[in-house]
Design a protein. Sequence first.
Length: 216
Amino acid sequence: MDRKLSGKTIAMEAREAVEKKLFSPSSARNSGPIADVLCPLLKSHALVLEIGSGTGEHGEAVCRRRPDILWTPSDPDVTSRKSQAARARESDGMQMPLDLDVSRPGWSDELPDVDILVCCNVIHISPWATAKGLARGAADILHPEGRVFLYGPFLEGTASAPSNLDFDSSLKARNPEWGVRALADVKTLFAAHGFQLEKRIDMPSNNLSLIFSRSE
Ligand SMILES: C[S@@+](CC[C@H](N)C(=O)[O-])C[C@H]1O[C@@H](n2cnc3c(N)ncnc32)[C@H](O)[C@@H]1O
């Protein structure tokens, strides 16, 4: 289901609503594996900012395991923010959501620095301007030792999974500005903002976790 926001089409995963809290089947599947990778990366009392948090399930899953951290979800979509707020009311570490669209210049200007910027399943299902804004904002907002955590499908040339190539075609049919991003392009983009790929982790269903840190 896609939603119109300020004239732009925003992609939403399939969701079911229960009292404002939204649930997505894909988040139910991947929240555990994502938390497995993220939790060891988080120092004690880490400040986390998540971009495009959707239903808010990833933040809730990590906060359940790591009650010491502060996790701020965000989304440009108001229905998603309501779901994130419903989860924040029930989870000690989860903060009230922010209205952030990272394709807007200056989105990070008024925000405090954070230890880790998390972005799952967003940059393929929005224009490339979103990835560019994310990388630009990361350079602005992350502590010197901070990291960017990206999760989702990526293309890796001839090694690309057939399911990701099919997904790429279906995204482009929905919106020519969307598409599964090439890992090489994402690395080049983040390198231009002073980040190197520290770790690439294979995840279920041909997804990847990517951890970027500042270049030495
Ligand atoms: C496919 S959903 C993924 C939601 C969640 N991260 C997950 O993995 O289940 C994509 C989300 O990205 C958000 N989004 C799209 N464009 C964005 C932008 N420019 N800045 C921030 N979030 C954006 C959408 O509103 C939507 O909630």
